[in-house]
Design a protein around this ligand. Structure first.
Ligand code: FES
Length: 71
């Protein structure tokens, strides 16, 4: 899905930049070789970055044969 129509940046690209260290929209866009234009996408892009960088619950396998559950 396109998040930034000015720069044609997708959600997957923003998430990938967050995973390699971009903590802000500016950093993510710079890593992709562009910068904010109209600014309409900034809030949503930051939400994606924050979500991607948030700690994830650890999963543990159980011997019951059921699906893994959050610890
Ligand atoms: S939609 Fe991203 S800068 Fe305009």
């Amino acid at each position: 899905m396109i998040v930034c129509s000015c720069n044609r940046i997708t959600e997957l690209e923003i998430r990938a930049m967050a995973r390699i260290g971009a903590a802000t929209t500016e950093a993510a866009y710079a890593a992709l070789g562009c910068e904010t234009q109209c600014g309409c996408c900034v809030d949503y892009a930051q939400e994606l970055i924050d979500e991607e960088r948030a700690p994830r619950p650890k999963l543990r396998l159980v011997a019951s044969g059921k699906a893994p559950r959050a610890a």
